[in-house]
Design a protein. Sequence first.
Length: 290
Amino acid sequence: MATQNHIRNPLEWGWEHLKQTGQAFGSAAQTMEGTWEDRAAAPPTVRRITSTDIKDALSAGWRDFGAVRTDIVFLCLLYPLAGLVISRMAFDYGMLALVFPLIAGFALIAPLFGIGLYEISRRREQGLEARWTNVFSVVRSPNIGSIMVMGLLLLAIFCLWLFAANFIYTVTLGPDAPVSAVAFARDALTTPAGWTMTVVGIGVGFLFALAVLVIGVVSFPLLLDRKVGVGTAITTSVRAVRMNPVQMALWGLIVAASLVVGMIPLLVGLAIVLPVLGHATWHLYRKVVV
């Protein structure tokens, strides 16, 4: 008897993707051992780039965004919504002093959230169909174990940043939580202890951001593109920064400034800034690593 065609409704479609994602993560968890090992026959080649290459990468990122902007904007709205929810929870649970570190620290884990965008740009580059659903295909990558380990590393750095920010606040303004947002702003902007907290916090945050830039500027795209270990991905990223210090500093400034602009209107601008930067990161990787 012939099988009757069946058009799945959105719930069935979503459940099927959730099952596939869960199976992929389960398989990845079993293969995470040895993810630091070098699996490539030869280390990737890193080349020098110019500011023109960065401009070209941003232009290509904008074109990729334009090709799938409707679906991607809707998907990336989850990020600002999550940021607003986390900020609200911080207010409710007396963690007002950590609201800014939480928001600013998003830059430390942004490369992890960009992995699906890299996949879309990779598919467009190969002339394949590129849709927002391709974001989920990352979990079926043969290198998903290494990608997960790299993501956990960035999450650990993010947690260390929050610990450092809380320590700086405790040392400068005391262990008690601020009574209100107005009181916290007044103490931070009008008292010597607040000035110390702000200056030291910005300095320490810069060091964390620099560390993530050095180890992660091309790591995730490389792990998605080639069968290499986490160690190889990080050393390649370090070599890329060492060979292009001025250009990578410019890239870091562009990313930081773009994230600040995206965060100003209640984080909603991130729905546009994040996908453009994500796509551009893939094209920057292509220019740096050959």
